[in-house]
Design a protein around this ligand. Structure first.
Ligand code: PRT
Length: 106
């Protein structure tokens, strides 16, 4: 089995965004627009936080999947490719997070 990546899911999201909202959750969110999609992303983020604090491994894994999927839908609506986000992350690998934070205050 080949490894499933966020890039694969991004392609699925792009394809399903154009489906009928009656048949697809992605299309439903895409059609409803950013307010609804971002609200859903926020809900999934809160559910992820709750699972993390509760120390519930299985739930945290499931909620993380929901979170990442909904983030990709929000990025799709905003017309931001995942590769742009990865570029930002890649740039950040040049220094530690603490170093970046310290430089920000200067
Ligand atoms: N990864 C996901 C994924 N994760 C979560 N969800 C959906 O996100 C929705 C929200 O989850 P909740 O449990 O919070 O739903 P809810 O509380 O009943 O939602 P509300 O109606 O109350 O807002 C559910 O319908 C889940 O099925 C997803 N829907 C789709 N995908 C991926 O997208 C593909 C295309 O899906 P469709 O667009 O639905 O065809 C799928 O094959 C998957 O690969």
């Amino acid at each position: 089995m080949t490894e499933f990546t966020l890039s694969d899911l991004e392609k699925i999201v792009a394809r399903r965004a154009l489906a009928s909202p009656d048949e697809s959750w992605t299309a439903k969110l895409y059609t409803a627009g950013q307010r609804k999609a971002a609200k859903k992303l926020g809900e999934e983020a809160v559910e992820t936080v709750i699972a993390a604090i509760a120390g519930d491994r299985d739930n945290l894994t499931d909620e993380s999947a929901d979170l990442l999927y909904h983030l990709l839908v929000v990025l799709k609506i905003a017309d931001i490719p995942l590769s742009d986000v990865l570029k930002v992350l890649e740039k950040r690998t040049a220094q530690s997070g603490l170093e970046e934070k310290a430089n920000r205050r200067e």
